[in-house]
Ligand binder design. Sequence first.
Ligand code: ZN
Length: 469
Amino acid sequence: MSSSVTASWRKRRMSRSVDLVVRDARLLLESGLVRGGIGVSDGVIVVIASDEHLPSGERVIEAGGKILMPGLIDGHAHIYDPDMKGHEDFTSGSRAAAAGGVTTIIDMPLVSQVASTKEADHKISEGLSKSIVDFSLNAGMLNSDNTPVIPLLIERGIAAFKAFMCEPFYANNGVITQAMSEVSEHGGHITLHAEDQGVLDEFAKEMEGEWDAPISHSLSRPNLAEQLAIGQAVRIAEKTGGHLHLAHVTTREGLHEVERAKLHGVTVSSEVCPHHLMFHRDEMNILGPKSKMNPPLRAKEDRAALWSAILRGVIDTAVSDHAPCPIEEKDEGSDDIRNAWSGVDGIQMILRVLLSEGINRGRLSYTRLLNIASRRPAKIFGIYPKKGVLQVGSDADFVIVDPTREEKITSEIMFSKCGWTLYDRRTMTGVPIMTFVRGVSVYESGSIQANPGHGEFLRMGGGGLNYEE
Ligand SMILES: [Zn+2]
């Protein structure tokens, strides 16, 4: 190539300008961490390259060697319930999401059901006007009356359904079997809360007189309840050929059932929550009613098994199960843990826990982090490769992370409406610094950047609804 041709090529290349460039990052790609940066135009990644090959940008961020990874997709977060407005809403919940590096929320029903197109449309319009990150919905809870709505919701782009194998939304195995057939026919999946009600009933009786101790909540919901329910759920999935997604797996026994099902080729995927990776049940009497959630905190050995299951691919996704409440609803359980609200904050903590307790303690690799936080959930919800990957043509949803920065967690840094956190006063290592949704900054160094309404509703599908590796 002559020198004049080279010069004109260089000039052309240099004049190419994009909306945003992030340079000097460590990009978390499927192949691992790679030095370089990305260019973004019109909300989409248009180039991934080493620094010298990046175009100029209207805004240029020097990442200083920090990690740039796809934004998290939180597949299980109780963000907005029309009957529980004091708990969380799309504005506060999506701010907490942004501050935790979460760029897509898949809202989960809490007490109000999403079992009609009207209820779904209401949630969608609420999210469109209030959320600062992109979102979609899980529907449910499924029961014997509302299964006819399944095809109507799938037409709306909502192909994820929740059902309970225990109270308060108990559905029997017949309902679950029929619903799983119906959902899988349309290419969706069912998320099950898997605990056996009979076991819960009987073990609760044993705790009589001991409800003043918060740990009684955990002891009344033994590992066996999860093991039995997951075992049955797996058999239903095997029979129907449907896609079973297991919410918040917490026990060694439950993981064993999931692993065995996967080895037998059953279409099953699973979740883990940050609180089950961070805390254990012997801390409950110190943490008090704040540490009550379902399934409960487990023994240390179960916590260790969860980390190992992430590495082996038994766990597919990390989700928040974000369901905090006004503090008064926790205080009600001070003398009797049964009276406390079940649920805890989490959406701002998923990535922090995975970094601090996982990466920085050698329990997690970066490629597994990418998989459980972004890539697998995007595939499970049929929004891949629009979401969940750093790739040319994908939405520019990403988070810049400082994996070595220490941070003291306090309620002051939390964006949840509830104003408290289970993680209070813990010092953790690894902090999301900046979060972008479709190329727009939504969070930078402690402050929210985007206005309510930036979030878009995502239809599931298009990326291939059927779950695959
Ligand atoms: Zn939940």
